[in-house]
Design a binder for this molecule. Sequence first.
Ligand SMILES: Cc1ncc(C[n+]2csc(CCOP(=O)(O)OP(=O)(O)O)c2C)c(N)n1
Ligand SMILES: [Mg+2]
Length: 901
Amino acid sequence: MSRTFAERESRQGDRDESFESVETQDWLDSLDEVLAIRGPQRVARLLRGLQIHAQKAGVELPVTSQTPYVNTIGLDRQPPYPGSRQIERRIKSLVRWNAMAMVVRANRGEHGIGGHISTYASTATLYEVGYNHFFRGRDHECGGDLVYFQGHATPGNYARAYLERRLDESHLANFRRELADGGGLSSYPHPWLMSDFWQFPTVSMGLGPIQAIYQARFMRYLEDRGLRPFTGAKVWCFMGDGESDEPESLGAISLAARERLDNLIFVVNCNLQRLDGPVRGNGKIIQELEAVFRGAGWNVIKVLWGSEWDELFAQDPQGLLTQRLGEVIDGEYQKYMVVGGAYIRKHFYGVDQRLLKMVEHLTDEQLWKMRYGGHDPAKVYAAYKSAVEHQGRPTVILAKTIKGYGLGEAGEGKNITHQQKQLNEEELLRFRDRFEVPISDRDVGDAPFYRPPEDSPEYQYLMDRRRALGGFLPRRVAVRVETKVPGDEVFKEFSEGTGQREASTTMAFVRMLSKLLRDKELGRWIVPIIPDEARTFGMEALFRQVGIYSHVGQLYEPVDAKTLLYYKEAKDGQVLEEGITEAGSLCSFIAAGTAHATYGVRMIPFFAYYSMFGFQRVGDLIWAAADLRTRGFLIGGTAGRTTLAGEGLQHQDGHSHVLALPIPNLLCYDPAYAYEIAVIIQDGIRRMYVENEDVFYYLTVGNENYVQPPMPEGEDVREGILRGLYRFRKAEKAKGRPRVQLLGSGAILNEVVKAQALLDEKFGVAADVWSVTSYKQLHRDAVDAERWNLLHPDQKPRRPFLASRFDGSDGVFVAASDYMKVLADSIARWLPGPLLSLGTDGFGRSEARKELRDFFEVDARYVALAALRGLADRGAIDRDKAAAAVRQLDIDPDKPNPWNS
Ligand SMILES: Cc1ncc(C[n+]2csc(CCOP(=O)(O)OP(=O)(O)O)c2C)c(N)n1
Ligand SMILES: [Mg+2]
């Protein structure tokens, strides 16, 4: 066990102690003198010199990424408080009360409906100082600050909106009851559900901080490209200390420092607790975070001690108190707050007579009530002011608070406090008294909501403050965008095919993107986003064409400067080359795809990435993108379990389309040919940027080269591509022959076309070939029709698109794709005949395409065999013929099942 500073000191004996004391004072006096005469920068240089000297002399020094456990901004640098502390306290108390009452009442009404009291209780001052003095609304000349509120502190946001008369009592009464008559309030920030209120979803821990970083960076991108004026708007991100454990929370902080994002401010609500207990019972989360952020290059402001402590620090020139505060660990701090003043005196101050003496004039009660910095508006204001004025670096404010502050016996600082959702009458009374809420003894048990009348000083004050700061917050404003869909001059060439030339769908997409970037109307709004994969996708030409965005431009001569496609970084560069971070890239995608709502600027992001590292790697962020009503195109490159050769198990994606199924507003396509991509992208731009639909797109593209055919004639092809299916090639010589319907997607459509010929030539079977561009679209449409039919039994049933397309199509159905079989199976119910689906279930392999397609049983031979097997099952051909086909097609019937091998 480590000994305390005081214990170590006392063991050295009196003589030693007095000698050390004199020696220390001597050094401190010298330092003060230099400080007074030569200033703080000289002191910093001197200390650095001393450090080097000591290190050379063999003195082991601790890593200096931490500063002492005291406020970063000392009393002498603390600005005066600009508002009325008294009225602000009244407002805050009412917000506290209503936030608490909202949760208590929700849980009385419906046991187990949930909600959180303690989190907002700990962060109330951090929010209120922001609301009254810092957060600027949309109508402010800066265009509004962007605030990422801590997800489960929503009762505080709602309670304030209630005082502001943006919400009424029935909203509050229906907290967590969104299906109630008249609507209710979302548990957490969800723009999908409260689209004129919430801007940013944050409650999936870690997603708020990483999105805030990329949002601040995207704000810079818009400014540097001249798409938005520089206004000095800030991005604020409130997060929990427990939340900092999520890799996403801290994973991108170095980017913020590198990009010098002084428009970004993190506020970490360090209540030292998470859900189950202390965040770092055996350590100090604030010191740990300080080291991490300082190490990454952030400006760190610690707000630890309230004004009551100032007097003690003033009496402590030798820093005894500072030392003691630094050695106590978080688990003990938590205990002090729960157990009370006598315990604090004995266990905190009691280790040293000098410390005890320092507080002898204070009662136990007073000792207990000495506030932490995060609960003192004066300290919080000082930190915020310093943060917004800081230049050249992002700032993190580490504010020490108490979880469940004000709940007293009902949970203040206790381990159960996160889950506390009920207060009994006695506890409500105490809460009311503590915050002086004007509710009578008789009523208090009902936990009624309370808001001061419109002519009250409280209401006037808070409205004045909001007016001065540019309106309410949070508030989401979805601006309608007007865009012209690029015409045929961009897309026409793709409907003509490539003739004899082979090309991949990736190449087709890249060519399309590059043409879109040149489009006069649309080009500048496009945001190509790539996580260090441009060369993999053949997108490197974009580097030169539109440049890679860099706030500082290009400070070096690139090694390939003399080549045509050199690595060009520029301040007005358009490409976001994110480095190896799918999570970060996705945050850029979200920021760009929501720019219409955030900045009133429509942006069209195309985020191209390795399809394997999308839904399964950063699926939760994609879910958040959906909640955020993000618009844009996700392009899953090198897709297809057997189309991406050689890369093996961790790279070959045969399931991203399955993982994409759950996202309600995401349209998914697995196109086979260039013209399909052209139709989808053209229509996507129309839907998202002309019709203003809140949808987004996922397209997979592959790197296999093949001839891109011309778009088949026919009115229904275009519609079919968009709705999920069209007939690509009709059977020839069908009359009198057994008939099958072959469905193919992506690169595997080519195998299906080959199977058509095989069946025709070798087995006398006529096959129609259909391109399925989207099983998800087909499935959604079919279940939609089915649901309508269920609810309207007395009306003419609706027919799914899928069923109508197969009118008159006879026979057996076989589907093959580079994705799991379940995808094709999802539409089986609506087909007029039995379906046999072929797909790529199982782990990938490092192999060539031909072998992979044999291994996964998705090549032309298996498609033909499946058709024959289906025909045999129906009695349309002899079973022997199907059995013989196994041999004829050179298929090993006893080969291992790829699904589990
Ligand atoms: C990704 C994720 N995992 C788990 C949770 C469940 N959860 C909600 S709040 C919470 C504890 C949060 O602690 P902290 O970040 O310290 O916030 P505090 O309430 O203490 O301010 C947990 C685990 C979640 N919301 N998101
Ligand atoms: Mg916490």
